[in-house]
Design a protein around this ligand. Structure first.
Ligand code: TRP
Length: 333
């Protein structure tokens, strides 16, 4: 039996290089691995737990799909769908789950507390229910594998607790899903501090950047004299060497490191060459994206087929839970 994977992506704007190397490539690898069956969902309902623009949220959800299609997700191999297209099932199951979760448990989650700090004016029931809806997203497909970062671990724990409680109270067979480290690489920021992040200006390269823009961004990475006994393990030079390794290979990095400890590195040349190599990898993704942007009806078709695939599984789970919880099955009313 294939292991089922469910991953949810919040619609938080376009992908940058860090997301691409850290997340998207891992998702494509899972899709290609015959051991797994992949369900990839845009968590647009979760996008409503913090302030959002009703004029944009629908478009942004589709942007996520376009981004992931352009980096290689294949609707023939993965179910790609919007959470809101299955709101009737996901929200319904979340409600059943909410009968076994206490308010105190939700209020004490570090993820909840952090959001309360960020948006003190927006401490809503949707926010409190966030982890329960996420548990529903996962368990509705009886997924056993969830590729998420460490920041989502509190939600994964809640998910396992809910699975255990539902199983023991109602004789169900939910798996206790595990998070999976997709071997996504840590991509350091171009500022030399922390990781590449959309919320830090000057830290990232966009997947849509042309070679001039990439050159400009790299030109701002702080460097040093280019020489020294010890290869830097942090800061701008470390970021550059990491990117060299990722895009030009470990040997190239070694060459530069030898240079650093020898005659010195000329950063201008390193940066220009690196920018060219990064652009070469991004160019086909950008071409694919342009094609996809032109064909709105294709995107809608992908979403419709993805939702149908997902619905077949999700509807069966909800029917099973309703029956086990004592809501007698009857003809459609
Ligand atoms: N909470 C996740 C995040 O912010 C997004 C998400 C929603 C999710 N539902 C999910 C992730 C289900 C994995 C599985 O990243």
């Amino acid at each position: 039996m294939k292991k089922r994977v469910l991953q949810g992506m919040r619609p938080t704007g376009r992908l940058h290089l860090g997301n691409y190397l850290g997340t998207a490539k891992g998702m494509v690898a899972l899709q290609e691995d015959p051991e797994y069956e992949t369900f990839y969902m845009v968590a647009d309902l979760h996008g409503m737990t913090t302030p959002f623009d009703p004029k944009k949220i629908g478009i942004e959800a589709r942007e996520v799909i376009i981004d992931y299609l352009s980096v290689g997700l294949d609707p023939e191999k993965s179910a790609l769908f919007l959470q809101s297209d299955l709101a009737d099932l996901h929200v319904q199951l979340a409600y059943y789950f909410s009968t076994v979760v206490t308010i105190a448990r939700m209020q004490h989650l570090p993820t909840f507390k952090e959001k309360v700090k960020q948006h003190p004016e927006n401490v809503t029931m949707a926010l409190l229910n966030y982890p329960i809806l996420m548990a529903s997203d996962i368990l509705i497909y009886k997924a056993s594998v969830v590729p998420v970062g460490i920041d989502q671990e509190p939600h994964m724990e809640v998910t396992r607790e809910i699975a255990k409680k539902m199983n023991s109270l109602y004789d169900l067979d939910f798996p206790e899903p595990k998070s999976l480290d997709t071997k996504g690489r840590y991509i350091p920021s171009l500022t030399g501090e922390g990781k590449m992040s959309k919320s830090v200006q000057g830290s990232f390269i966009n997947l849509t950047d042309d070679s001039e823009t990439i050159k400009e961004r790299l030109s701002k990475v702080p460097t040093d004299s280019g020489k020294g006994e010890k290869i830097p393990e942090e800061g701008g030079v470390f970021s550059l060497l990491t990117l060299v390794e990722l895009f030009q290979g470990p040997e190239k990095r070694k060459e530069y490191e030898n240079g650093y400890q020898g005659t010195g590195i000329r950063y201008q040349e390193l940066k220009n060459e690196l920018a060219e190599t990064i652009f070469k990898e991004l160019e086909p993704i950008q071409k694919k994206r342009l094609e996809l942007e032109k064909d709105k009806s294709y995107i809608e078709k992908v979403l419709k087929e993805g939702a149908e695939k997902a619905r077949a599984v999700a509807a069966a789970t909800v029917a099973e839970v309703r029956e086990k919880m004592g809501l007698l099955q009857k003809e459609k009313i």
